[in-house]
Design a protein around this ligand. Sequence first.
Ligand code: ATP
Length: 361
Amino acid sequence: MSTENFIEIKNLEKTYDNGYQAIKSVSFSVKKGDLVCLLGPSGCGKTTTLNMIAGLLNPTGGDIIVDGKSMLNVEPKDRNIGYVFQNYALYPHMTVLQNVMFPMTVGKDKKPKAEAEKIARRFMKLTHIEELANEKPGNLSGGQQQRVSIARALVQEPQILLMDEPLSNLDARLRLKIREEIRALVKEVGITTLFVTHDQEEALSIGDKIILFHQGIIQQDDEGQNLYLEPKNQFVANFIGNPVIDNFKVQVKDDKITAPGLSLDKADFDSARFKKELTDGEYTLSIRPENITPAQDGQIEAIINDVELIGRERVLKFTFNEMAERSLVNLEQNVNAGGKVKFKMNLKRAFIFDENGERVY
Ligand SMILES: Nc1ncnc2c1ncn2[C@@H]1O[C@H](COP(=O)(O)OP(=O)(O)OP(=O)(O)O)[C@@H](O)[C@H]1O
């Protein structure tokens, strides 16, 4: 068995009956035991991909290979996959224990009651819901209900765990707690997991790697830090990062990079980071807010419109050539709104995208 490519998705496609092509030739692989996040905005095709892997939807092209074997002709119930849904999908009339035991009490691999209960209790312990055994789901908080559905998905010791936005019904603080628990749990159990989310911070915090989708196409399949530090295109640069990246519309002519109030030279950039030749034309210069900060020798000048405190940092908001931009500074750096400030761009950490959103630098 290959542990490198435990799950292999090959040229997967899905066109719905109404002709809408939700997935356009998607290929990726997942290592055994990894927790991989499928990330992207609403409607980009994350759930469609997950449902095809689970066998709830038939692909219109491509293949899904698990442990060297194509799943296309394998019934969903025989794929050995656990699925955790956003809305928990618990049986309201059953207790927590009965819900968790349920998958082991039906089907051809039915287990004797005592054994099923023993296994259920083991997973309830791992998910911290032992003391809720006799409660009905209606009496539980959202976080507790999600723990029950995770325990229920794990009792049959599936080879893959699929989770579709499992935290989206929880409040912000609980999301943070449960996502840590999920990561710890899937690592302890050692189960290969695909986790769907539209929340980039959630994906960055729990994924061994992230597959970022947009309009049914993979934009980047990489470790989280690479999506942040080395985005493949403008979409990735814009989607990843909070506060969002600053974009400056610039013109390139004879190695001069200019905009009203901004004049740079190609020589100011790190020559080793150019991926393509910088030919004359229109481009976007993109810089993460922490890489554009107040300094006497700044390349641009702007009036600060607003200052927002986020934890131990401040976001200085300003407008430059009618584009909203942000500078991220330490809490100690107290800058007031209304003041005119020079900002220095760290061009060694900047990106340049062409008109098609392709990365040039
Ligand atoms: N049964 C269907 N028939 C036609 N189009 C569909 C069907 N189901 C989904 N779609 C469309 O396919 C696209 C992808 O949907 P999908 O649910 O996979 O997106 P998603 O990335 O999971 O988004 P969300 O986070 O909003 O659930 C969407 O544009 C959606 O409207």
